[in-house]
Write a protein that binds this ligand. Sequence first.
Ligand code: ARG
Length: 462
Amino acid sequence: MSSGSEHKLWGGRFAGGPAPELEAVNRSITVDLRLWPFDIALSKAWAAALGIAGVLTDPEVAAIRSGLDRVGARIAAGEAPIGSDEDVHTFVDRLLHQEAGEPAGRLHTGRSRNDQVATGTRLWTRDAIATVIGQLREVQRAILEQAEAHVDAIMPAYTHLQRAQPVSVAHWLLSHFWALERDLVRLRAAHGSAGVLPLGSGAIAGSAFPVPRDHLREALGFERISANSIDAVGDRDFIADALYALTVLGTHLSRIGEDLILFGSSEFGFVRFGDAFSTGSSMMPQKRNPDALELARGSGARMLGGLTALLATLKGLPSGYNKDLQEDKRALFDAMDGMRLLLPAVAGSIATLSFDRTRMRSAVTTAMMATDLADYLVRKRVTFRDAHGAVGRLVREAEERGIEMSALPFESFAAAHAAFERDVLDELRPETSLGHRELPGGTGIEAVRSQVEMARNALVAT
Ligand code: ARG
C-alpha cells in the first residue's frame, strides 16, 4: 500500500493507479485537513475500543495512542500533507505509520472512512457551534448593555418603514436580543442533533468486532449512539440543522445591520458608529462607513446557498455513504467560518455605537400619537371605528395646515368629536403614549425595565 512516501488506504484490487484527473477531483484534503484534531481524537478512542474488543493488545493500543499524539504534535507544528494524501484520514494514517510502525496497520480494523468522517465532522460541528454560541452571547450582551443605558430614550418605531408609534430605544434594541435568543435555541438543537456517535457503523453494516460503542460515545463526548449503521454513515441532517441555524442567525444579523445602517445615515442620524468599527473611503475624506454591519447584512445569503446546496445534494441520494457527501464540509466550514468572523465584529459595532437621544426624540411627530387619540376616545366609550374616523379627520386637517396636531386649536378637536376634552393635548406627548403600554411585552418604561431584567436573566441562565 505504501510505495516510497506515497501512502494509500486502498488500491490492492486495481491493476494500475488512479488517473491524475480522478485524483484531482477526488482529493478533499484542502477542505478537510482542519478535521485533524477530531480525526486523531476519534482514532485514539477507536484504538482503545479495539483493545477492549480483544483486537489489539495493550502494547499495541498504547503504541497507536502515543503515536497519534505525536502525529497531532507534528501537524500542530505545521507538518503539511503531501500530494498523495487524499484526505485528512489518509494524511493522519500515513504519519501514524511513521510514528507507530506495524501496529498502525491494525487501527483501521472494523472501521471505514465512512463512519470515521461522519464522526469527525460531528465532533468538529459540536465544537464550532459551542464557539458560535459564546460569540452570540457577546452580541446579546452588547445589545443588552446599550438597552440598559437607553430605557428612557424615545424614538419612532416604524411599520412599512413609515413612522408608526413612539417606543423606548431599549425596546427596539431588545427586539433584536429576543431574535438572537431563538437562534441560541436552534444552535443548541443543532449541537444536539450532531451528538449521535456513528463510529462502529463501519462502511455500512456495522463493525464485525465487538467494539464497546457506549465506551466510544463517552470517550468522545457524544450523547447517544446511532441506532442504524446504514443511517449513520449517510446521515448529514446534523449539517443541515447547523446550516439552518446559522442561516437564520445570519438573517437576524442582517436585519440588525440594516436597522443600524439606516439609523446611522445622515438622514436619520439616530446613531453614530464608533471609530474602531468604521471604515473610510479611498476617495471621499468625510466618509464613515459601517462595513461590518454591511457584511452582516450580506452574510445570510451565502449560508442560505450552502444550506440549499446541501439539501439538494441529500435529496435523491441512495442509502448509505456516497461520495457526493464529501461536499458537505465545504458548505459547513464556509458558513461557520463566516459566522465566527462576523459575530465579534457585530458585537463590537453595537458596543461602540453612540445614540443621539435628541434626534431620536425629535423624530417623533404628534401624528404618531394618532392611535393614542383614538384610544382616548375609546376610553370615553366611543367605538374604535368612530374614533378612528374622527382622528383621521384631525390628522388630515393638521396635514393640510402644515402643522403638528398639537398646534391645532381645541375647536378642531371638538369639531372632530364631541367627546374630546381639553386634557386631550396630553395624549399627544410620546411619554403618555408609552405610559399606556405598561403591559408585558409593551414599550412602557416599567415594562421595558422588566424586559431588560428578563434579558439579563436569559444571559445568566447559561
Ligand atoms: N473524504 C471523504 C469525505 O469527506 C471521506 C470518506 C470517504 N469514504 C470513502 N468511502 N471514500 O466524505
